[in-house]
Design a protein around this ligand. Sequence first.
Ligand SMILES: [Zn+2]
Length: 279
Amino acid sequence: MLHVLVALLIGSAAAAEGLPARAADWAAVVQPSAGPARSIGTTNLGCLAGGVALPADGPGWQAVRVSRNRHWGHPTTLALVEHVAARAREAGLPDLWIGDIAQPRGGPMPWGHASHQSGLDVDIWLDLRPKPRLPVAQREDLDIPSLVQPEGEEVDPARWSARHATLIRIAAEAPGVDRVLVNPAIKRRLCRDHGGEAWLRRVRPWRGHDSHMHVRLRCPAGNPDCRDIAPPPEGDGCDSTLAWWFTAEARRPPTSTARPTAPPAMPAACTAVLASPSR
Ligand SMILES: [Zn+2]
């Protein structure tokens, strides 16, 4: 009987759907909701209650493009930034430029990202040139060069260095990290230099990501509405899954002629987050 009841409860929770994921609604809210921080749903379809802003400056980091108002995250994500920046400093690396985390209440964005919805994703730029401490206003329009050659096959040897691998490794080994997304050419280089090492499992290839890495955290404890995606498969990922990215199939631009579909429904808990008072 108990099993039936539990199954029914889980079933009804899974079926509970909120409003359609309309990015404009979420982008229009400029303050976080009141109450404790909670990540809800997945990083691709979710939201953030009680978001906390990353300070524009901290030990070892500078937030960039602050005017976008996308530096809100779960406190675990802010702790991740602190951890990675501190470890990078210990390794002798310069300040890190921190890009988008999430909107004040997370949710879908009108442009720029498909994920970053639940406050558990953060973009960290792979720019290890020495940096002065810039005023916030001068961090809006930075020109950050690609680490990958134009053909997309290999990293650019004039820009890539072992220090980039050090930074990616620090992120991949940070507590609570689910995966780190980098360009396939970067992953290929890491496989050549570090193949077989355990941390490479969490470094996954993705389009773009040639001048920044995308760090995604697993759901923190005490966030019952948060949903993880499947963890990366076992192994270092230096296999056919990586080779696929260099095939003609992977490089063909998407040719979908499908008509745009209706936006998916957000988790029901996000409807309340969108409507609740600001902090
Ligand atoms: Zn990202």
